[in-house]
Design a protein around this ligand. Structure first.
Ligand code: ATP
Ligand code: MG
Length: 378
């Protein structure tokens, strides 16, 4: 069991600074998921923990131990990659036992560990097979088993499910959730898949260009995105963004902010704070856009595309504020070419500073924040 800590870590490949400064604590026994666009440094971060890359400066700690100069095999970690290279000529049993034999564990101990893992992962009937006789999901389970038998204090997963089809991904995702409950070991898990991130993580770390943008419980990032990057990255379909002008107070006597755009006026009450008389970005999740009939008061729009997804429907709407998406119930009556009104509730929207991308939500206090905290290049 161990926590993992990055303290002022930087990583450069030649002249290319991939991680400008990373400070991050992965608490003991937590399931932490790293998300971010391709190339933002997720794999590099895992490889720094594993010791497959060395930091350019700063420290990596596992437990109390600084591991900057500790060889990968002595870091007490196990890593599972997207491409799980099993030994093709060995049976499942031998694949699981191989690493333990190399470490010269007693034969009884090896048998016990392989049997335990086989039971946890449901591999009992497969132990005599070779990898080519297994399905993709079964192979992936063996690859995980190989990591688990080592009983490391930290597991590192790099998109372990991305080679599997949608159904298997779902099954394996639930297996991994169960596994974490059983093993209660620290896990750092990288994925592109929002569902994996939202369902597996105790804590999500959203990264952009080598910088941490926000760390929090999955729903925190969803409900209270700290900046435009996180707002746009978390959630499908993506949050709608509308350029607005900000002013203070309104005819209704509100003391808070009011935003205006072509065809749109919204009194935000006192949830947000920020300079008035300048532009900002209003964010509304598609599920928070209420699509009403033409008699309602709201932003006028026309339905351009209607995509039935089963339980719900995605609508693409053309408005004076640009194209917007809404996510409505499957029974919603809106059809292509219908004229509708879009109603947005002040307590569901988000507001961001145009320049810095920072949320203007009063929940965030930026006074002491470093100028680079939201990922703008300094
Ligand atoms: N060995 C290397 N030498 C030079 N540059 C590298 C090396 N490894 C990674 N990089 C660069 O570092 C950046 C981060 O790469 P990394 O593999 O960590 O991204 P990632 O977030 O895992 O992306 P993906 O989602 O595509 O896997 C990229 O710009 C990549 O080109
Ligand atoms: Mg990667």
């Amino acid at each position: 069991m161990a926590e993992v800590r990055f303290v002022h870590v930087t990583k450069r490949f030649g002249d290319n600074t991939v991680i400008p400064e990373l400070n991050l604590t992965v608490p003991d026994k937590e399931f932490v998921v790293l998300v971010g666009p391709s190339g933002c440094g997720k794999t590099t971060t895992l490889r720094l923990i594993a010791g497959l890359e060395l930091v350019s400066s700063g420290d990596v700690l596992i437990g109390e131990r600084k591991v900057n100069d500790v060889a990968p095999k002595d870091r007490d970690i196990a890593m599972v990659f997207q491409s799980y290279a099993l030994y093709p000529h060995m049976t499942v049993w031998d694949n699981l036992a191989f690493g333990l034999k190399l470490r010269r564990l007693p034969r009884d101990e090896i048998r016990k560990r392989v049997e335990d893992v086989s039971e946890i992962l449901g591999l009992d009937d497969l132990l005599g097979r070779r990898p080519k006789e297994l399905s993709g999901g079964q192979r992936q389970r063996v690859a995980m088993g190989r990591a688990i038998v080592r009983r490391p204090s930290v597991f590192l997963f790099d998109e372990p499910l991305s080679n599997l089809d949608a159904k298997l991904r779902g099954e394996m995702r639930r297996e991994i959730a169960k596994l974490h409950r059983k093993l209660s070991t620290t896990i750092v898990y990288v994925t592109h898949d929002q569902v994996e991130a939202m369902t597996l993580a105790d804590r999500v770390v959203a990264m952009d260009r080598g910088r941490v943008q926000q760390v929090g419980a999955p729903l925190d990032l969803y409900k209270r995105p700290k900046n435009l990057f996180v707002a746009g990255f978390i959630g499908t379909p993506q949050m709608n963004f509308i350029d607005v002008e900000v002013s203070k107070g309104s005819a209704s006597g509100s003391s808070g902010l009011v935003v205006h755009a072509d065809g749109l006026d919204l009194d935000l009450g006192d949830r947000f704070d920020g300079p008035t008389g300048r532009r900002a970005v209003l964010g509304v999740r598609p599920s928070d856009v209420i699509v009403s009939g033409p008699e309602a008061s709201g932003l006028a729009a026309e339905v351009e595309v209607r995509e039935p997804m089963g339980a719900e429907v995605f609508l693409t709407l053309d408005s004076s504020c640009g194209a917007l998406q809404a996510r409505v119930d499957t029974h919603h009556g809106a059809r292509v070419a219908d004229r509708v009104r879009l109603v947005m509730s002040a307590d569901k929207v988000h507001l961001f500073d145009v320049e810095s991308g920072r949320s203007l939500d009063r929940a965030y206090d930026w006074k002491d924040a470093a100028p680079t905290e939201v990922g703008k290049e300094s």
